[in-house]
Design a protein around this ligand. Structure first.
Ligand SMILES: CSC[C@H]1O[C@H](OP(=O)(O)O)[C@H](O)[C@@H]1O
Length: 367
């Protein structure tokens, strides 16, 4: 089996053509991101070289997905900090500026632990370097820039490796033709490359297992319709777009073999914070006895948060629900669509029947 996976992984690496969502442009000391609010209609790359643009990109999900947010925050911290050096006249001022900048980036989105995890890694490195310094020279500026840039690149490279490992571990769960329900986007567009929940699917595809994915559209921002369907179809994966309210219909008809989702923060007791709607899928999966898999890098595990109740859940603007964002097409051309007009709810799930004859817990009671 290992050889099977290795051959598949080699094919995946050779044939995967989606552009990275976060890259460092070294010659210009700037961050380049793929603006995910423009997908699937347009692939627009944004050059980011200041704090306002970086924070706006994270807050508005131009770059999104727990690992990708961490990689962008680390690279963005390096880029923005490098631009402050011209005004730095002492080690104390440098430390103050660095910490304040890191804290403002950290505050952009609270739930995904990877954001603070990546910033902590950069901060530990910076503090080790500046310890004991009082005077600062231009040589120091170059040295700290190199250290931070190397660390930001390392965080991205490690993320890619973790996604490949997740793919290899996860592909063992997938049989030929497995029908997999996904939620939101935990694919290439949420990480440095390949994905977490989608990584095993890409590897399964490369191994010739032909997985069939049912992608939840994932209201309100439609990461499933706009992003998951887009990237899976780019790789030739059999993809069917479903509305979020269709999951039970699919499962009740035996059309789903497993559910694979990403994660934003895993508490010490194993509770998982992930895109809204994930818990509902887990309940349905439990009821229909369908395996429910959470996939993500260990950087998403947070031992300092005891339980899911202690995870800060980001509250976003009402307009995301009231307005249909992204007025251009919300899903790729030719994507398969499942759109039944009705579904069947098992009697066991009906708490009571309310009729002109009264309220009854059993259908037999009023016949
Ligand atoms: C691989 S982590 C992806 C994770 O992040 C998404 O949230 P958002 O689109 O708001 O960044 C969603 O929870 C995914 O499962």
């Amino acid at each position: 089996m290992e050889n099977f996976k290795e051959i598949g992984l080699e094919k995946l690496e050779q044939t995967f053509s989606l552009p990275d969502v976060v890259s460092l442009c070294e010659e210009e000391d700037s961050l380049v991101i793929l603006d995910q609010t423009q997908l699937p209609a347009r692939e627009v790359f944004l050059k980011i070289d200041n704090e306002e643009e970086l924070i706006d990109a994270i807050v508005r999900l131009k770059v999104r997905g727990a690992p990708a947010i961490g990689v962008a925050a680390a690279a963005g911290l390096y880029v923005c900090f490098a631009r402050t050096l011209a005004n730095i006249t002492s080690a104390q001022l440098m430390q103050t500026e660095f910490q304040a900048l890191a804290n403002r980036i950290r505050a952009s989105r609270p739930t995904a632990v990877n954001l603070s995890w990546a910033l902590d890694r950069m901060t530990v490195l910076f503090k080790q370097w500046i310890a004991g310094k009082d005077k600062i020279s231009s040589t120091d500026f170059q040295e700290i820039k190199t250290l931070l840039r190397v660390e930001a690149v390392r965080i991205k490279e490690e993320d890619i490796e973790m996604c490949k490992q997740i793919a290899q571990h996860g592909v063992g769960l997938i049989a030929s033709g497995s029908r997999i329900l996904t939620h939101c986007n935990a694919g290439h567009l949420a990480v440095s490359r390949y994905g977490t929940a989608l990584a095993p699917i890409y590897l399964a595809q490369a191994c010739g297992l032909n997985p069939k994915v049912y992608a939840d559209e994932t209201r309100p921002l439609l990461q499933g319709a706009r992003l998951t369907a887009y990237e899976l179809m780019r790789f030739g994966v059999d993809t069917t777009l479903v509305c979020d309210n269709m999951a039970a219909s699919l499962m009740s008809q035996g059309m789903i073999d497993m559910i694979m989702v990403g994660c934003d923060r895993i508490a010490a007791n194993g509770d998982v914070a992930n895109k809204i709607g994930t818990c509902g899928l887990a309940v349905l999966a439990h009821y229909y006895k369908i395996p429910f898999y959470v996939l993500g890098p260990t950087s998403t595990f947070d031992p300092h948060t005891p339980t899911g109740k202690d995870i800060v859940i980001e509250q976003r603007s009402a307009s995301e629900v009231t307005d249909l964002h992204y007025i251009h097409r919300m899903a790729p051309e030719h994507v398969g669509v499942y759109n039944p007009a009705f579904d069947v709810t098992p009697a066991a799930l009906v708490t009571a029947y309310v009729t002109e004859k009264g309220v009854f817990r059993q259908i037999q009671d009023f016949q």
